[in-house]
Design a protein around this ligand. Sequence first.
Ligand SMILES: Cc1ncc(COP(=O)(O)O)c(C=O)c1O
Length: 428
Amino acid sequence: MKDSESAAATSSGAGRLAIHGGEKVRREPFPPRGSLGQDEEAAVLAVLERGLAAGEMPGYNGAEEEAFCREFAAALGGGYADAVSSGTAALYVALKALDLEPFGEVVVSAITDPGGMMPIPLLNLIPVVADVEPDSYNSGPDQVAELFSPLTRAVVIAHIGGEPADIAGIVALAHRHGVPVIEDCAQAHGAQLAGRAVGAFGDIAVFSTMFGKHMSTGGQGGVVFTRNEGLYRAVRRVSDRGKPFFLPDGATNVTAALNLNLNDLAAAIGRVQLRKLPEVVARRREIVGQLGEGILDLPTVSLPAPIPNARPSYWFLRLRFHAEAATCDRDAYCRALLAEGLPITPHYRAALPHTQEWFTARRVFGSSGYPWASPDYRGDRERRFPCPNAQAAVATHFNLHLHENWGPAEIDAALTILRKVDAAYRAR
Ligand SMILES: Cc1ncc(COP(=O)(O)O)c(C=O)c1O
């Protein structure tokens, strides 16, 4: 620690920082989400009891899963949904349902989960990585437009942390080029833009329902959603070994594909969770409103505004660290917050997916270097994606892991911690 940091930290009126031996603001851990309740238990037991009565193991694509898919689509304003085994599987299915010819390019957001990118090369398509908008975690129309070429076959846009990207602008741009858009809503259940749910803007959308998401099917799970019936039919086929669903009797499996189905037990959990989603999202918004107000006067940290007309659903809350107003760097600041007991992640992830080894070493199909190395790929095989805005966003933000089960005590503790660390490290 620099001397100035040490002096500021100890002379603060807010008390000595825990990281320097002072008293920790929040001694007990923040509460668990409590997202699993007796309703989910009862729903699973009901499926098991029906199985027992029938002498059959619960299956998949049964009444429970069909109801979950119907209800999921209705919550997005109508359309069709197919439940699958993970968000990664959902993206794989969505891309495969679009039936893109190999070695075309797919524009994809830089800040995402590896599972939001890996299905692209696994389908012999080339990921072309879009930077994010300045001071955002999400790509916007300008960043996507820069990457369009005659080779572009699809765009995959993530709404990170439940903050809507400018998806209306991106869809307008892509459709001018005749290119379909996949919305990656893995972190954005219940988020809205201009009064519409995200997921309902693009041609097709993918969700993760793993256990940590706003709503879950338990363990791992995912959903593919589309308003296009033809595309939905393709989704159903490619999520289940190419089975000839919706085709005349006698048709055989239409394409080679994996078995990425969900199942009725998981869907039973998903149905209950879906009913709770509006309340989960409303409470998260309320908490963020109070946190935002409580830190308005702090110079070292701020709550970034969402894009106009957006109503985020806050899978986590990104907070902006202002180095120019502080006597320490972002990492020292985050260490102090963690020491006080605040549940944060100092940065989105240590390495963005396209800077990870699998991508930089082209490790997808053995040592072939495919799909990039294919003679059928007409683009720049060595292309790198510096993504300066994404690197800056990761370097200047940290993520607060709030959830709907926070009460006044947790909001108060979070604000006390943020104020204490700000007081210790603000430049005077
Ligand atoms: C933006 C994004 N896309 C895709 C995925 C992959 O989802 P899953 O973990 O369910 O495979 C995630 C996972 O959190 C994600 O955050």
